[in-house]
Structures are given as C-alpha cells and as structure tokens.
Design a protein around this ligand. Sequence first.
Ligand SMILES: C[S@@+](CC[C@H](N)C(=O)[O-])C[C@H]1O[C@@H](n2cnc3c(N)ncnc32)[C@H](O)[C@@H]1O
Length: 329
Amino acid sequence: MFTMQRWTFDARAQLRSSVRAYRDRLRTLALERVRTPYKAVRGPRLNRICHPEAWEDPSWMLYNRLLGMPQGEDRFHRKAFEWTQCVYGLETLGALGSEASVLGVGAGHECVLYYFANRSKITVALDLYRGAFAEGGAQEASPELLRSPERFAPFAYRREVLRAVPGDGTLLPFPTGSFDVVYSLSSIEHFGGHGGAARAMVEIGRVLRPGGVACIATEWILEGGEHPEYFTRSQFEEHVVKPSGLVPVEALDVTPPPRRFIDEPVWVLENVNVTPHLVLGIDQLRWTSVVVFLRKPRRVELWRPACAAIASHAVNSSSGAVARVRLRR
Ligand SMILES: C[S@@+](CC[C@H](N)C(=O)[O-])C[C@H]1O[C@@H](n2cnc3c(N)ncnc32)[C@H](O)[C@@H]1O
C-alpha cells in the first residue's frame, strides 16, 4: 500500500515538474517570438548604454532640463543620463499620463519621482529606507522621504499623488499586475548580487500589468573582467531580462562611449565626485550605465506564438511523425 502511494506521489511530482518545464520552455519560445513594438525613427535609442551623444539631442535635452540637471561643463554624468533616459523613454513610449500608476523600486529620494508625480495618477516610491544608503554620506535614500517627501522636491509637484513605502525590492508588497509602469535605477545591483537582481526582476515582471512598461538602469561592464554585482552582456540577459518574463521594446544599442572615457575613467577608489562621470574604473575593470525598456506581453500575444511552438514541436517530435502522416492523408 505504502509503496503504491509512494509511487503515485513520485509519479505526480514528476508529472508536475515535466509540465512546469514544458510550460517554461513554451513561455521562453513565445517570448522570443513577441514582436518589439518600438522602432526609433529619430532621436536617441531607448535601450542603450550611457553615451555622451545623448546630450546632443534636443528632444532628450528637453527632459534633461525639465528634471533640473546641470547644463554646464559638469553635465556629463551617468546619473543625469539614467534619470533623463528613463523619463525620455517612458514619454516616448506613451507610458505616462493622468491614468498611469507608477512604481519606483529602490527609488530612494531621486528627482524622477517628482516628475512622475506630475505625470501619473499615483506614483509609489519603494525602498528599504534604511541601511547604508539611508545613513552614509551618499544619502540617496533618506528615511525622511517617508515623512516629508516635499523636502526633496526639485520642483513643484502634485503632493497627493506621491506615496513612499518601505519595502524590499525582491519581495514587492503589491498584487500581480497592479502597475502600468515599474522602474528601477541604479538599484537592482545592490539587492544581493546577480541572484538578488534576478529575484527583483521576477517581482517587477509580476507586478507590471500586461501591456505595461518597465525601465531598468544598472551597471554594464565594458571591459576588464567580471564583478559579482555588475553585468556583462550575457549576464545581463541571464539575470535581468530573462527572469522578468518581459520583452525588450527594441534591440540594445551597446555602442560604448568614446575611447578616451574608458582610458581615463572615474577611479572609484580615488574620487567619484568628478565630471565627466560616464565610465568608472577599478584596476582593469570598466563599467558604465545601461538603460533598458521592457514590456509585459498581453496574454493574446503569448498565446499565438505558444500555439505555433506547440504545433512545430508536435511536428518535429516522434509523435509528430504520426501527425505528419495524418496531415498527409
Ligand atoms: C545607488 S542607490 C539608487 C537610489 C535611486 N534609485 C537613485 O538613482 O538615486 C540604491 C538604492 O537601492 C536601495 N536598496 C538596496 N537594497 C534594496 C532592497 N533589497 N530593496 C529595495 N531597495 C533597496 C537602497 O536603499 C538605495 O536607495
């Protein structure tokens, strides 16, 4: 009796795991076939690594100025690039507006929160609001934001729209599909290495509604080796894009900044408060920022390629031989 029960249990577990593996494979195949909705006709590319060319584009510079970024010699800073690119991309994709719900993950008290408060129905800032970033000299996530967000506002904003929530980006306290836009800038790499970043990306994909847009900025390794928190191209695919279940809105432009920025980077162990601040370096390692926009496919977009994948699998597998015979008749 016991053996019989055990056998049934094992068989069920095996069946469940095969179904799960098959479903994951189908999902991956379907995601690969979902069409990218955006083609840059003019203006800067949306999915790209930090490049000084961005500052030459008038439409991009409009948002740069609206965010109050420096306009002088000190304008070349990758934080300015990330914030501007995030706003530029979301506006270009038409993701913002009076009905939009926006979530910032690892948002600290960054300036874009106040821009989104003026361009959404609700904007939620989520961060630990404790630990090194809340206390250290950098002060990028002051817990004061939970009490008096107006203290950090770089310009007038709609106060009733902005909410701040203490929370962990790897376990978002929101229901599935509850936001039109989720963004995270310079943060996922601090959530616990590549594994922590991947967990955050699963959560970001979950809380985004189908058809919604995510914007992610993180550290992109240009050359010189690897780092447990930063990403080479293949690591970016594996730990950021893939776990999200989202689809890039366009191909990633990996044109590096001009060579002089790489040869003379900002040496992070010496002094980071210098500009131009586009490429950072330690020993041989060089890195900069990457910004990508990803979209959550609607169910119907996944169904069509999933059905095509099932059909082609059936035709190619051994049972497909039967199918072929039947088809021929
Ligand atoms: C480099 S700061 C960037 C802050 C802000 N996004 C910006 O661009 O100014 C990294 C942020 O990630 C937050 N953070 C680190 N681990 C986190 C976690 N597990 N969940 C949520 N936020 C986290 C930190 O508190 C900090 O605010």
